[in-house]
Design a protein around this ligand. Structure first.
Ligand code: PA5
Length: 426
C-alpha cells in the first residue's frame, strides 16, 4: 500500500493547526455539501459501482481479446489519461500481449492521425470510443475517421459489432449515435467527471481488454476509500498529503514536481497533471503540477531542481520492489569500469540513485521532498494510488476554496477555435 513520508520536507508543518478545517471539509465531502457536489459520485464508487456492468465489461473485453489484434481507444483528457496511465504502469512499455492498444482521438495532429489510420489499414481492430459529452472535437473527428475506415474494411454490420462506446448513461451526441447504430455501450455516471472516472468503464474496459486484473484494481480502490475517509490527518494518507501541498502553496512553493523512477509511470504523471491542474488551477490560485521521470530527467531538469529558482517542492512516488530485476554482469576487461557493480541488481542501483538524489535535492539544494512509498507496482496498489490522489485533490482544492470538479477555463480556447473554424453559433 502507501506511506506518506514527510521526513525530508525541510519544514515543520503544524498538522494540528489544519485539523479543524480538514475535519469540516471531510464532513462536507461525506455529506456531499461542497461546491460541485453533483460530481462526487466517485467518492464511494469503489463500493457502489454497478456490479452487473462490471461483469459485462469483463465479458465484452474477453470478446475483444479473442477476436481482434488491436483495440483503438478513442478519447481525450479524463476520457483517456487514466486508461493510458494504468495500461502502461501495469503492462510496461514493451508489452507482448496479444492485444495491442492504440490511443487515438487525443490530438488534432494530422501526422498522428494519418499514421495511425495507415497502420490500422492492415490490422484487425475494434474501437472503444469514450466521451461523456460526445461533442469533444478531437475525439469526434478521430472516431468519424476510424469508424469510416473500419466500415470500409469489414462492412457496416461487422463494424457495428466491433465498436464499443462509453458515454453518459442518458444523454449526449455519442449516446444518441450509439443507440441509433446499435453499439454495445457502457455508462459513465452523470455524477462523475472525466478526470475522476478511471474506475468507471472509461478506465475499466480498456484495462480489461488489455488483460489486466480489474478486480484487484477495484479492491485497491476500496481499501483507499476506507483509509481516506478518516478525518484525522495522522491516520488519513490523502489528507496528510493534501495538507503538505497546501502548506507549500502558502509558503512560496507554487510548483509541485511529481517524480517517479519508473518510465512505465511517466503517463501516471500526465494523469496527475490533469487531475490537479484542472481541479485546482482556477480563480487565480493553485499549485502548478509538473512531472518528471528520474533518473532520465536528472540529465535534463536535474540542474534546475538542484540549482535553479527555488519555486518548487518535489513529490516522489517511489516503488521499492521492481516487478523484474536485472543483474549487472562481470566483464573480464572492465574497460567501462563497472565491475564494482557486478552482481548488483538495477533495482539496487535505482534505489541508490533515488537516495543520492534525495540528499542532493533536499540537503544541498534546499528543495523539500514528500515521498510516497509503495511496495510494488500491481493492480491493487495502482487502484489504491488513483483513489488516494483523487481524494487528496478534493481536499486540496477545498482547502484552496475552489470547486474541484469544474473546469470553466478550458472553454475559452474552444470558443475561439470554434469561431475560427466557422462553427455555427460562435
Ligand atoms: O476531466 C474532464 O472533465 C475533461 O478532461 C474531459 O474528460 C475531456 O475534456 C473529455 O471530455 P468528454 O469525455 O466529454 O469527451
Amino acid at each position: 500500500m502507501l506511506k506518506v513520508n514527510d521526513a525530508h520536507i525541510l519544514n515543520k508543518v503544524d498538522y494540528k493547526s489544519y485539523q479543524e478545517k480538514v475535519s469540516k471539509i471531510n464532513e462536507m465531502i461525506d455529506e456531499n455539501k461542497g461546491a460541485g457536489n453533483d460530481y462526487t459520485g466517485w467518492v464511494n464508487y469503489p463500493e457502489t459501482f454497478d456490479k452487473v456492468e462490471f461483469e459485462s465489461i469483463k465479458k465484452y473485453a474477453k470478446e475483444v481479446r479473442d477476436n481482434y489484434e488491436v483495440l483503438v481507444v478513442c478519447g481525450i483528457g479524463g476520457s483517456y489519461l487514466g486508461a493510458r496511465a494504468a495500461i502502461e504502469a501495469l503492462r510496461g512499455l514493451r508489452s507482448d500481449d496479444k492485444l495491442e492498444i492504440i490511443f487515438f482521438g487525443q490530438t488534432f495532429s494530422s501526422d498522428y492521425v494519418y499514421e495511425t489510420l495507415k497502420y490500422l489499414e492492415k490490422k484487425n481492430f475494434a474501437i472503444n470510443v469514450i466521451s461523456k459529452s460526445g461533442t469533444t472535437t478531437e475525439t469526434a473527428i478521430a472516431f468519424r475517421l476510424v469508424k469510416e475506415l473500419l466500415e470500409k474494411k469489414v462492412g457496416k454490420e461487422k463494424a457495428r459489432k466491433a465498436i464499443f462506446a462509453t458515454t453518459d448513461a442518458h444523454k449526449g451526441a455519442l449516446r444518441e449515435l450509439s443507440n441509433k447504430e446499435g453499439y454495445v455501450t457502457f455508462n459513465l455516471p452523470g455524477n462523475i467527471g472525466g478526470r475522476y472516472s478511471v474506475f468507471t468503464a472509461v478506465g475499466l474496459f480498456p484495462l480489461a481488454c488489455a488483460g489486466l486484473d480489474i478486480d484487484s484494481l477495484m479492491k485497491g480502490a476500496l481499501e483507499a476509500q476506507k483509509a481516506c475517509k478518516n478525518p484525522s490527518i495522522d491516520a488519513n494518507p490523502a489528507y496528510k498529503y493534501a495538507v503538505l501541498r497546501d502548506y507549500f502553496y502558502r509558503h512560496q512553493k507554487p510548483v509541485e514536481m511529481f517524480v517517479t523512477y519508473e518510465p512505465r509511470l511517466t503517463q501516471l504523471g500526465e494523469w496527475f497533471k490533469q487531475l490537479f491542474g484542472e481541479s485546482e488551477g482556477k480563480d487565480g490560485k493553485g499549485l502548478l503540477p509538473h512531472s518528471a521521470t528520474f533518473s532520465t530527467d536528472l540529465h535534463s531538469l536535474g540542474q534546475y531542481v538542484q540549482d535553479g529558482n527555488k519555486i518548487m517542492f518535489e513529490t516522489i512516488l517511489f516503488v521499492h520492489n521492481p516487478n523484474n530485476d536485472v543483474i549487472i554482469p562481470h566483464d573480464e576487461k572492465d574497460l567501462d569500469g563497472l565491475n564494482y557493480l557486478e552482481g548488483k541488481s538495477l533495482g539496487f542501483v535505482n534505489e541508490k540513485a533515488f537516495l543520492g538524489t534525495l540528499e542532493a535535492h533536499t540537503k544541498t539544494g534546499g528543495v523539500p521532498n514528500i515521498i510516497l512509498e509503495v511496495d510494488k507496482l500491481d493492480a491493487f496498489n495502482l487502484g489504491y494510488l488513483f483513489y488516494f490522489f483523487m481524494k487528496t485533490c478534493a481536499m486540496s482544492a477545498y482547502l484552496l476554496e475552489v470547486n474541484p470538479f469544474n473546469q470553466p477555463g478550458v472553454e475559452v480556447y474552444k470558443k475561439n477555435m470554434f469561431h475560427l473554424l466557422g462553427k455555427k453559433g460562435y
